[in-house]
Write a protein that binds this ligand. Structure first.
Ligand code: NAP
Ligand code: G3P
Length: 489
């Protein structure tokens, strides 16, 4: 099934100014697989001096890169997309070992990312400015014209999470560099083998020295240092609300683009197609064991159809495949990323049980593997109604009508996405208009793709808007050059 990467020792280095570099400290971070705790590989633990040097190189490289024609920058992206596609088997294998994701999802993440990179290269070609005549404003004449171009921001710090180590690194790197910025990527430690592999893909594609650089090290050790570094012009972060909030507190005068946690609700109205609804809810809640920002993390169903819906969901949850992604193709439920994550999910399960929620499926755990768990009659005094488990547990909250569903949905501190299931377009818009989220899906599970759509969270779920065109815009700024023509009498 896999090529020769299987027997290789994965000792990866950082890409700094075009060179593959180990830390002078000689220190490595060992990466263990969430599947069986075996050693997968090692990445360097970088020192603060090495971080300084990396940013210095990124700063210097930006001077040339911003003047490189856009079509040349786009060429690098097209090549990177092709190389990434060629490497899909090797990278799928590394990703499975490193983050425990099933092979089909790994593969589709990688192929989706190749498409993302190509689409970004295409989109860069329509980067354009505008010219604005002065005389449209009262008191000004036609001799004043503003020529507005788009300029890169400088050095972008990209910080990615563990759960989509390729997609959520590339979706920062590609728009940033095509717009003329240089990038320092800090991948999640569990996910850094994938992140460094991706950097290798860009390097092979011809990204010039210093344009893409990587920094590895534990966030708890070097995180504060890198986000407050004097050479950072922009931070594009995806991860937990906790770390996102910390970054926004300790940084100053640096623009932020953040994708954070969520508690996406699936709201089910009485006229919903319950088969379609149940299928979407189950795949939305449980794929990759619920370790997706956009996973369905609660169901708000009106009483009238609750029994029928719950039965359909339960049937499907009982059929989910569970186990080791190296042994079972396309498995739904895999071991969680680490034991701390599994402990947290079990804590939420136990509290819901104690407070009287009805456990319909699961509730048990073996090591990092938490079995798919479904609760009915979850109430708003339970932590499971509000907290993001990032695991395979789904609470069903019964409500009397759509207004109660909207009220509970909006009471959450999060505002990433919601889904509404109904056959009535007026009802769909009634609910969608009132939800405090970045995106509402009508008759579909919550999800990010396709990647050219705007993707954003409100409240504690994020700052700013991503999506190919939106990310390029976020990583550029307008520059106005004003022509003042001499008036001829
Ligand atoms: P995390 O623990 O917040 O880590 C995210 C990244 O931040 C990692 O690279 C981590 O490095 C780094 N980091 C840790 N401490 C830092 C600090 N003080 N300063 C700077 N960086 C620091 O999140 P995760 O566990 O990887 O991912 C799960 C979370 O991400 C969930 O809450 C999920 O909802 C959210 N997420 C959101 C989206 C979205 O689009 N809204 C998408 C995916 C995931 P280390 O790994 O070295 O600690
Ligand atoms: O970009 C990947 C992540 O943000 C979620 O993507 O489409 O599986 O919801 P999706």
């Amino acid at each position: 099934m896999f090529s020769n990467i299987k027997d290789q020792e994965l000792i990866f280095r950082n890409l700094i100014n075009g060179n593959w570099t180990n830390s002078k400290s000689g220190k490595f971070i060992e990466i263990y697989s969430p599947i069986d705790n075996s050693l997968v590989g090692k990445v360097p633990a970088m020192t603060t001096e090495e971080v300084d040097y990396t940013f210095e190189c990124a700063r210097k490289a930006q001077e040339n890169w911003k003047n490189t024609p856009i079509n040349k920058r786009a060429e690098v992206l097209y090549k990177a997309a092709d190389i990434l596609e060629d490497k899909v088997k090797d990278l799928t294998y590394i990703m499975m070992l490193e983050i425990g994701k099933d092979n089909k999802s790994c593969e589709s993440e990688i192929l989706r990312t190749a498409d993302f990179i190509r689409f970004t290269a295409d989109a860069s070609k329509s980067l354009s400015g505008e010219s604005i005549p002065g005389d449209s404003f009262p008191g000004f004449k036609r001799n004043k014209i503003s020529v507005v171009t788009r300029e890169p921001l400088g050095v972008v710090l990209a910080i990615s999470p563990f759960n989509y180590p390729i997609n959520l690194a590339a979706s920062k790197i590609a728009p940033a560099i095509v717009a003329g910025n240089t990038v320092v990527l800090k991948p999640a430690t569990q996910g850094s083998l994938c992140g460094l592999y991706l950097a290798k893909v860009f390097e092979e594609a011809g990204v010039p020295a210093g344009v893409l650089n990587t920094v590895t090290g534990k966030g708890s050790e070097i995180g504060d240092y890198i986000v407050t570094h004097r050479d950072v012009d922009f931070i594009n972060f995806t991860g937990s609300t906790e770390i996102g909030t910390r970054i926004s507190k300790i940084t100053s005068m640096v623009p932020l683009l953040m994708e954070l946690g969520g508690k996406d609700a699936a709201i089910v109205l009485e006229d919903a197609d319950l088969d379609l609804t149940a299928s979407n809810i189950v795949s939305g809640a449980y794929s990759y064991s619920g370790q997706r920002c956009t996973a369905v993390k609660r169901v708000l169903v009106v009483d009238k159809v609750a029994d029928a819906l719950v039965e359909k969901i339960k049937e499907k949850v009982e059929k989910l495949s569970i186990g080791n992604p190296l042994e079972i193709d396309d498995v739904n439920i895999v071991p969680l990323i680490n034991s701390k994550a599994a402990d947290f999910v079990v804590e939420l399960i136990e509290e819901a049980k104690e407070k009287g929620a009805k456990l319909l499926v699961g509730g048990n755990r073996e090591g990092n593997l938490v079995y798919p768990t479904l609760f009915d009659y979850v109430t708003t005094d339970m932590r499971l109604a509000w907290e993001e488990p990032f695991g395979p547990v789904l609470p069903i909250i019964r409500v009397k009508d759509k207004d109660e569903a909207i009220a509970i949905a909006n009471e959450s501190k999060y505002g990433l996405q919601s889904a509404v299931f109904t056959e009535n377009i007026n009802e769909a818009f009634y609910v969608a208009d009132r939800l405090e989220v970045g995106t509402v899906q009508v008759n579909n599970k919550t999800e990010r793709g396709p990647d050219h759509f705007p993707f954003l969270g409100v409240k504690a779920s994020g700052i700013g808007t991503q999506g190919i065109k939106y990310s390029i815009e976020a990583m550029t700024r307008p520059k106005a050059t004003i022509i003042n023509l001499v008036e001829r009498k």
